[in-house]
Structures are given as C-alpha cells and as structure tokens.
Design a binder for this molecule. Sequence first.
Ligand SMILES: [Mg+2]
Length: 364
Amino acid sequence: MKITDIRITDHAIELDPPMHAAWDPDPRHGFTATVVRVETDEGITGVGSGDTMAGFDAHRHHFLGTDPLGMAVQVRRIESVAFHGGRFWPLEAALWDVVGQAAGLSVSVLFGGVADRLPVYASWCSVQSAERRARDAAELEAEGFRAVKVRVDPRDPEPGIASVAAVRAATSLDVLVDLNQAWRMAGDVRPAVELVEIRRLVRRLAEFEPGWIEEPLPYDDVDGHRLLRAENPGLRIASGEMCDNRPQLDALVDALDVVQTDVVLSLGMSRTRALAESLAARHRRFTPHTWSNGLGLLANLHVAAGVGAGPYLEFPYDPAGGWTPERRDFLLAEPLRPAADGTLAVPQAPGLGAVLHPSLSDSR
Ligand SMILES: [Mg+2]
C-alpha cells in the first residue's frame, strides 16, 4: 500500500456563550480543529485530529509514496520532522486508522485489546461557585459518572477548594484536582505559583482525599514533585499531558503516580503505548489527557482501551463552563457519550471508527 495524498483541512465553530477554561486567561469565543486525511492507492482513507498540523505542508513530500502499514518507520519519520518544529501526531492517528481498516480491526485491538469500554471521569474546565458544583456533581452521579475533575486556580484557590469540599459532601464521586501549573497557553507569561505556596495548597487539598492532584508544578521541577509525594503519603501526583520532551518526561515519570501524555498532542500513539507498558510494569498509572476534540478523544480512547489505562479516561465535559459534547465533537456525526454505567465504548468498526460530520468542508 502507498500513501497518495495527505490532506489537511481546518474547521471552526463559534462559541456563544464563550467557553471558560481555568488554564486560559482569555474566554474562548471560537473553537478550531484540524482534520488530517491520509489517502492511499487501495482506496482506504484514514482520519486524525488533535494538534494544528501548522507547518506540515513543508514536510508532506517525505510521506507521499511510502507504505502506511510500516508504522514503526512512519513514527520515526514523524519524529524526524518534529525535531524541526510541530507536533504532527494527528498524522499518526490517521495512519493507524488506515492500518486498522486494512486489517479489519479496531485500533484498540491493535494496541493490545485489554478493554472495549472504559469508565470516564467528567473533566470540568471552569471554576464555578461551590453551590453550582454541588448541583453539577449530583447530576453527573445520576448520569452514571464515577469521578469528576475540579479545577483549583493556585492564584485564587478558595473557590476551587470550596468546590472540592462541596462535591465531596454532595456525592460519592471520586474527586480529581487539576492545578494546571505545568505549562502555559501561548503568550501567557505569568510565572507558576511558587513551590512553598503549592506545598501548603496540596496539604489542604489532601484532606479531601482526592484521587489525584494534577500538574502541581512546572515539568522541570522534578524535585518539587518528589517533595510533594514524600510529604503527602497516600496522595497521587499526576502530570505529563503536554510533555513531548523525552528526557524531561523520563525524569518526571519517576516522580509521578499517574502519567497523562496525550496521543495526539504530546507523545503519539505508538510511543504512548510503550510508555504505558513500562508504567504498568512499575505499578504506576497511565491515563491520557484528551482535551483536543472528539476525534482526538477517540484516538486517546483507542490507545487507552488497548493498553488498559485507568482507572478512568478523561471526558471533557463542563456545561457550566461552556463545554458540551456537541461543541467538543463538532467534527463527528454524533458526539461521544458515556453509557448509563459511566463507561465510554470503543467503536468496534475497523480503524478508529470515526464518522465525520457530513457538513465538514473538504478544503483548507
Ligand atoms: Mg490537566
């Protein structure tokens, strides 16, 4: 089989009312997503999405005419290009979609086939009042969710701490907490909150026995992560969602309980599988970040189910903050939704099983 073309199209929706993300200083009035289509001489087309693919046009020729089924070489090819700039992992997702279709198998089976559905946690993006969050959490519990992730802004932690307390009091959901300290949006030059304040904050949050505390510190502060683990026995520290620097990630992994690399934003599908297997052998958890779009969530779902990630997969979902399945999954014909038991099923169609929305325009 040969790759005959790699087409990249950009798509956008307006967000009115806007989305509020705790990690972004600016409200979002629009949402853009890029679709990669790998076309082959055997009539199979694979699709992927996640990062922007900006700059890929200069590198397309390295892939045209090559065999999409030679995935180990394709991953090395993507990495050779990434060295010169760009996180082109949506292309790997589209290539795996081709491989799965050629094999007649779901990509999750090619990645190990541990599970065909995973429990999900509702990942809130915004900070809201404690009263609102108590109501939201009770609704999640009624919908079948078993866990929720609450944002706590370390610069102004009281509303987030109050929400953690309210969710704990109102439900039996497992509460995960994200401090969003590891990386910044482009153009956000605010420094991370210093270690001494984070130590105090994490100690307070530990009282609520959260399932984990996520991104308490910048990736480079490996010693700080170690310190937080040592002084809070029984508390899991999670991080790594956007970390694509292998030496940095390898150093950080030793200081974590939960690793969260995203297959379409940070590490790619194949490398994430290897990482997840090495984590399992060391009794550490892997469960990926999934905040891109529905097609990116789907790629993460396949890898996570394939390797047996857990205990929950991230399901970005926060109607109070303006993030609904319809907005998140506007690329797809149908939004992804968990079943009544709180699990998200892996599509069993060959490949990623993605059905794109019929209204998607075909050109950039
Ligand atoms: Mg996070």
